[in-house]
Design a binder for this molecule. Structure first.
Ligand code: HEC
Ligand code: HEC
Length: 423
């Protein structure tokens, strides 16, 4: 953990090895600190939990201590920079909008500090998997921009996921509000319950989970703060997880620092090297009738255009039909959701199947390998109907890559509020 200015509340989940009726009743008793109304920002009374019960027998890998700050982190009122609020792209880029216009937060589930705090605990709790080994954070790792360095992720029972784990930066700003590479989840609230029940990922049944979570000593209070009473339900689990995921936004990268000093995203940024500014120009206006990268990686959240599209990775779809798998439409074959390019440099390998090892390979692909798929985005065809070639030279390629690195937000990646609260 990088910084920790706040006092911590420490709870020691007792191991099953300690179970006797006496100890069990102590275990499910709400520790005093947590049962007070600590949601109040003025409450500075809380001391370190004096419960010093030692773990004497460990039979579960998840018997870790939960450490939450005394005063909640700010999730609900993250200040958005001016360039998220106002669209300053020129009229020549009519597809561009201000980031806030893409916000998919439903009125029924606004982010609250208590809700996202509960979501954070759930996100990192291995209890959500059938054998207590795997949490959401196992495949969405903060240092890898909430993706996984492995091409495919390993589930609770050792099996591999079918597709690559998607980085979770700026999920709040996908205009369609749909999730997964094939957009099969209609909302984030719907999405977050699916990995829990997925046979490869976490293998847990929701009814069992509700009972299991109700029996943990740390949840009743977290649910009470978030929802008014301690009842654990699948709906509340979904709402809280969605709030936490939606709170993961990047606003403090070198891009943002530079952007704050100029009028237009197309101006050179004073904090950028010549190479980074050149890369930014190429990204926005590659020239020679070539389509802007920004046309599909839109706004200053660099999110995928809506609807999802095909960028010519393959000539034919053979084993993964993308969006067509959820819509059943042939015209959707080979189309995939485009993840936000925020923090992209932190999470190779790339694309839905992780086929590209690094950004160099991605840019090589756009340079000369776009394939003639039936559903190839029309912008990626020239006036004779052939797939275009960006043909970046070495300098341009390096510049583009340098620019993509300016979207790396180290502050966000080290922010304790998104980190594993179990220790
Ligand atoms: C075993 C690894 C694994 C675990 C555990 C896991 N995920 Fe994922 N996650 C993935 C993979 C792989 C995908 C992409 C799957 C696809 O699109 O078909 C994904 C996709 C997502 C997406 C979609 C992102 C987008 O932009 O569309 C979200 C959100 C997400 N996961 C959240 C969670 C949450 C919340 C949990 C815990 C409840 C979780 N994941 C647990 C591997 C995992
Ligand atoms: C016509 C739309 C379109 C254009 C133009 C476009 N992209 Fe993409 N891009 C996509 C789609 C769709 C994906 C995801 C494809 C998949 O995984 O199946 C993608 C994926 C990527 C990824 C990988 C993201 C990840 O998380 O795996 C990078 C990096 C990228 N594009 C950079 C660029 C750059 C740089 C340019 C300009 C040279 C560009 N794109 C132009 C549509 C486009």
């Amino acid at each position: 953990m990088v910084f920790n200015p706040l006092k911590q509340i420490r709870l020691k989940p007792l191991t099953l090895g300690l179970i006797s009726s006496m100890v069990l009743s102590a275990c499910i008793e709400i520790p005093q600190e947590m049962s007070e109304d600590t949601a109040s920002a003025n409450d500075s009374e809380n001391q370190e939990n004096s419960d010093t019960t030692e773990q004497t027998d460990t039979i579960s890998s998840s018997d870790r201590d939960l450490a939450l700050p005394n005063l909640s982190f700010n999730y609900a009122n993250i200040t958005l920079p001016e360039h998220f609020l106002v669209n300053n792209y020129p009229d020549s880029m009519p597809f561009q909008k201000a980031v806030v216009e893409y916000d998919n937060t439903p009125a029924s589930n606004p982010i609250t500090d208590a809700g996202a705090t509960l979501g954070r605990v759930l996100f990192y709790d291995t209890k959500l998997s059938a054998n207590d080994t795997t949490s959401c954070g196992s495949c969405h790792i903060q240092t890898f921009a909430f993706s996984d360095p492995e091409r495919l992720s390993r589930g609770f029972d050792g099996g591999h996921t079918r597709r690559r784990s998607i980085g979770l930066t700026n999920g709040r700003f996908y205009e369609s509000g749909k999730f997964f590479w094939d957009e099969r989840a209609g909302s984030l609230e719907e999405q977050v319950l699916l990995p829990i029940q997925d046979a490869v990922e976490m293998g847990m049944d929701l009814t069992t989970l509700v009972g299991l979570l109700s029996a943990q000593d740390y949840y009743p209070d977290l649910f009470t703060r978030a929802f008014g009473d301690s009842q654990v339900t699948r709906e509340r689990i979904a709402l809280a997880l969605a709030q936490f995921v939606r709170s993961i936004i990047s606003t403090t990268s070198p891009y943002d620092l530079g952007r704050a000093q100029v009028e237009s995203p197309l101006d050179d940024f004073p904090n950028f090297s010549n190479q980074e500014n050149q890369g930014k120009r190429i990204f926005n206006t590659p020239g020679n009738d070539l389509p802007s990268c920004a046309g599909c990686h839109q706004s200053e959240a660099f999110v995928g255009a809506n609807p999802a599209t095909n960028n010519g990775l393959d000539r034919r779809s053979t084993d993964d039909f993308g969006i067509a798998e959820s819509t059943g439409l042939e015209t959707d074959e080979g189309k995939f959701k485009t993840p936000s390019l925020r923090n992209v440099a932190l999470r190779p390998p790339f694309m839905h199947d992780g086929r590209f090892r690094d950004l160099d390979d991605v840019i090589d692909f756009y340079s000369r390998d776009i394939e003639d798929h039936d559903n190839l985005n029309p912008f990626l065809r020239d006036n004779r109907g052939q797939p275009i070639r960006y043909r970046f030279n070495r300098d341009e390629q390096r510049a583009l890559e340098a620019f993509l690195h300016t979207l790396t937000d180290t502050q966000m990646i080290n922010d304790e509020k998104y980190s594993d609260p179990f220790e």
